[in-house]
Design a protein around this ligand. Structure first.
Ligand code: HEM
Ligand SMILES: [Cu+2]
Length: 649
């Protein structure tokens, strides 16, 4: 059936029109600027086709910051709508779309890529490796994520956004109740980026198992690397469930099957179960690396070894196992027997034990430490009490009988924001600031950074703390307005003010990126924080593409600290050997582009273009399998030259 153009381009809403105009303008400015400054070639060779884990990491983080902005704008619009009773800033349909895109974007396209970006930058350095085990795959993973993100995001200007919530429960998400292409975007956009995430998981498992430098046994790995390892295992076990569930959803939406619909043999609860069998482990995918980041930072700025390393490792292993056994706590009220609810109630509460162990480990690491209150440390210290608030209210929600009271209220909204923001977002900020000098050769300004921290921290509590009481007072989630007589006005207004404080802090953070680039002193040591782990041992502020001129050898945990104590200088010797490095690849971005084209065509049920793009993907795979090029050598002269420059600086 032919599509009318006004069904293709979204029209009629002033916000969306403004967004369309600003997207068009930004694109034009970008193209003109790239052409004017002759940067196209640089963009292609240095970034788009790169396999360097550090650059790929930076690209992930840049996208994540952009998505934090987009998801944040969504959040501000919702909070504006809810600031007072019976406002009509957003229509009910528009509100539904926005909470759906906000939730999906924040989890899939902000939290995960932000952490994956930090993992990319840091893990190979921490284990003394040259790159990830599969550099080509890493490039491909990034581009599938990128195009998945692009696909999901264009829904709001082309075709219309999904509006069935980030959980997309059936039957609401079926064609009967969600007409239009929005839901197709949801299924295909997440699918596409999920492929990248799955590949990233495999990549990190192999990297951490196979590429550690001499002497680094598993129990000598930095804690961040440990959490990335366990997270990758969770990814590999959980993401296939999402892949299958989304494929089934796609079949229901596009080909009229009845896996989840109410007709035929369809089971709507099957979707809810599959979604959360992935979805709860997903919570740990975005939480464990955050714990790793805090562990590194707290130990660095307390100038002490991490307290209870073994207990910490054990607790993340236990958490990862339990994370697969709790999914039903997301729908205690949706018709399970008392026995089932009790089981999942107990497993959920059990998770708080290893999590509590970790909190004590951090506190004991701080105990009698020589604490330096740098900005990364402030975020890490701020995390502890806020995360405890999120965790304790989680245990409250875990009581199945009590959950009948708070289910789907603002109590829940507040709980998961406390967990996701205090753990994941705080960790993303902390980690970015902490490793910023490794990526860009200078720190972020500390004075502005501290302002950002305090404004955000206070705004966060002003925004979300009142929501616990709104929830207890019965305000349901996902409502676009409420009545004056409900008595929810003042707390909602306070909450909205807090939200705008967070937005202001984010703006200041972005300004700090600019300010620091202009005015901050360049770091020449490569070790600006007096670090403990190997990423700080590279020869210059920004590590050269081969990372280490000499492979470090590890004797103790906190390997770099150990070297400093023993007076070993990794870069003293000038006796270099040539280094084997992987080649750039054009195939990664091109293959991912065809996946995007195929998915976009499927969104609109354009079968012929979809099939053609599918063929193109297949051709790319064939080209790849006949690609015998296995990299090149960095010459001794080039290493000498690079290392000499680093020393002179
Ligand atoms: C920056 C401050 C943020 C504010 C002010 C904010 C605000 C909101 C609001 C107003 C809702 C809709 C509540 C409803 O009507 O039910 C919501 C939902 C949600 N938020 Fe946030 N949010 C923020 C950050 C985040 C972050 C960082 C994440 C994840 C990492 C996140 C994940 C979610 C999810 C998953 C939902 C549920 C969406 C759904 O119901 O389908 N939010 N948020
Ligand atoms: Cu859960």
């Amino acid at each position: 059936m032919p599509l009318r153009w006004d069904e293709f381009i979204v029209t009629g809403d002033p916000f969306i029109l403004a967004a369309q105009i600003s997207i068009a303008l930004t694109s034009i400015i970008a193209v003109v600027a790239l052409t004017y400054f002759k940067k196209w070639k640089m963009l292609w060779t240095d970034w788009i086709t790169t396999v360097d884990h550090k650059k790929i990491g930076i690209m992930y983080i840049a996208c994540a910051l952009l998505m934090l902005f987009r998801g944040g704008v969504d959040a501000m619009m919702m909070r504006t709508q809810l600031a007072a009773p019976e406002l009509d800033f957003l229509s009910s349909q528009h509100y539904n779309e926005i909470f759906t895109t906000h939730g999906t974007i924040m989890i899939i396209f902000m939290a995960m890529p932000f952490l994956i970006g930090l993992m990319n930058v840091v893990v190979p350095l921490q284990i003394g490796a040259r790159d990830l085990a599969f550099p080509f795959l890493n490039n491909l993973s990034f581009w599938t994520f990128f195009f998945g993100m692009a696909l999901f995001n264009i829904s709001f200007v082309i075709g219309g956004s999904p509006s069935a919530g980030w959980t997309s429960y059936f039957p609401l998400a079926s064609n009967d109740f969600s007409p239009g292409v929005g839901q197709n975007y949801y299924a295909l956009g997440i699918q596409l980026s999920g492929i990248g995430t799955l590949a990233t998981g495999i990549n990190f498992i192999v990297t951490i198992l196979r590429m550690r430098t001499k002497g680094m046994s598993l129990m000598k790995m930095p804690m961040f690397t440990w959490t990335v390892f366990i997270t990758s295992l969770i990814i590999v076990l959980a993401f296939p469930v999402l892949t299958v569930a989304l494929a089934m959803m796609t079949f229901d939406l596009l080909f009229g099957t009845h896996f989840f619909t109410l007709q035929g043999e369809g089971l709507d609860m099957l979707w809810a179960n599959l979604f959360w069998i992935w979805g709860h482990p997903e919570v740990y995918i975005v939480a464990l690396p955050a714990f790793g980041i805090f562990s590194e930072i707290i130990s660095t700025f307390a100038r002490k070894k991490l307290f209870g390393y073994n207990a910490m490792v054990a607790s993340i292993v236990v958490i990862s196992g339990l994370s697969f056994l709790v999914w039903v706590h997301h729908f205690f009220t949706m018709g399970n027997s008392a026995a089932v609810n009790s089981f999942f109630s107990i497993t959920t509460m059990a998770i708080s034990v290893p999590t509590g162990v970790k909190i004590f480990n951090w506190l004991f690491t701080l105990h009698k430490g020589k604490i330096r209150f740098t900005t990364p440390m402030l975020w890490s210290l701020g995390f502890i009490p806020n995360f405890v608030i999120g965790g304790v209210t989680g245990v409250m929600l875990a009581m199945a009988a009590a959950d009948y009271q708070y289910h789907n209220t603002y109590f829940l909204v507040s709980h998961f924001h406390y967990v996701l923001i205090a753990a994941t977002v705080f960790a993303c900020f902390a980690g970015l600031i902490y490793w910023y000098p490794k990526m860009f050769g200078h720190r972020m300004n500390e004075r502005i950074g501290k302002w950002v921290f305090w404004i955000f921290m206070i705004g966060f509590n002003v925004c979300f703390f009142p929501q616990y009481f709104l929830g207890l007072d019965g305000m349901p989630r996902r409502i676009y307005t409420y009545l004056e007589g409900d008595g929810w006005f003042s707390l909602n207004l306070i909450s909205t003010l807090g939200a705008f404080m967070m937005a202001a802090a984010f703006a200041l953070f972005v300004y700090n990126i600019y300010y620091s680039w202009r005015y901050e002193k360049r770091d020449t040591t490569g070790d600006p924080w007096d670090g403990r782990t190997l990423e700080w041992a590279t020869s210059s502020a920004i590590p050269p593409h081969y990372n280490f001129a000499h492979q470090p050898e590890v004797v103790e945990r906190d390997a770099f600290w150990d070297m400093k104590e023993k007076g070993i200088d990794l870069n003293a010797s000038t006796d270099y050997q040539k280094i084997h490095m992987p080649n750039h690849t054009w195939l990664g971005p091109v293959m991912a582009f065809f996946m995007f084209a195929a998915s976009f065509a499927l969104v609109f049920s354009w079968w012929i273009p979809a099939i053609l793009s599918g063929v193109a993907i297949f051709v790319c795979m064939i080209i790849r399998s006949f690609d015998y090029n296995d990299g090149y050598y960095v010459s001794v002269e080039e290493i000498e030259e690079t290392e000499r420059k680093a020393k002179e600086a």
